[in-house]
Design a protein around this ligand. Structure first.
Ligand code: GRF
Length: 211
């Protein structure tokens, strides 16, 4: 069984989607621990209810990013993960931390990268007049919201959309996209080479949701 450790800061709806898919689809992998930098993150309770180990590493208790990342890495490594999954984990990570998990740490970002790295992606997509928005799962590299792209899902931007309505539409596809990408990893279906991620059986790594 591949061991997955998930890092969250908030509601953990992607975490929940991944846990459900791992059981429903009988993956050769399981979420063994959930770690949050916020004690009040709603996703922690959901994980506990499923009997998954939870830990809190509060970034405010550390003098700087390096000290926080060292404590976080120590906590992660106690669970001996094959894959670290960032699911709404709202901290910028140091290059040393990222390097430690190179090729085995994934993130989901609510835009079609490389467009709209950083925050407020939905508002920026609407302001830019984009007709498509979406989400990207990528391996984490030292540069924020960059790194080899594993899979992308696109949704239409509809007339009259505001930040909230677009965010809801994107989050709904995240709940399908992220479990799919994590499932591929634990099933050994991803090949990473020269910054490009291919699915070994040629499964489509993109998806267009209906309006
Ligand atoms: C998602 O939109 C994800 O793309 C972003 O943060 C949000 C997390 O939502 N990085 P949740 O905590 O998984 O519900």
């Amino acid at each position: 069984m591949k061991r997955i450790v998930v890092l969250i800061s908030g509601q953990g709806s992607n975490l929940d989607a991944i846990v459900r898919a791992s059981m429903d689809q009988d993956w050769p992998g399981r979420v063994v621990a959930v770690i949050s930098n916020k004690a009040q993150a709603r996703g922690l309770a959901g994980a506990q209810a499923r009997g998954i180990a939870t830990e809190v590493v509060d970034h405010k208790a550390f003098a700087d990013r390096t000290a926080f990342d060292a404590a976080l890495a120590e906590t992660i490594d106690r669970h001996a993960p094959d894959l670290v999954v960032l699911a709404g984990f709202m901290r910028i990570l140091t290059p040393g931390f990222v390097g430690r998990y190179e090729g085995r740490m994934m993130n989901i970002h609510p835009s079609l990268l490389p467009a709209f790295t950083g925050l407020h992606t939905h508002r920026r997509a609407i302001e830019a007049g984009c007709k498509l928005a979406g989400a990207t799962v990528h391996f984490v590299s030292a540069e924020l919201d960059h790194g080899p792209i594993v899979a992308q899902a696109a949704v239409p931007v509809l007339a009259g959309d505001d930040e909230q309505s677009l965010a809801r539409r994107v989050l709904a596809v995240e709940h399908v996209l992220y479990p799919r990408a994590v499932g591929w990893f634990v099933q050994g279906k991803l090949a990473l080479s020269g910054g490009n991620v291919a699915h070994v059986d040629g499964a489509p790594q993109w998806w267009m949701a209906d309006a």
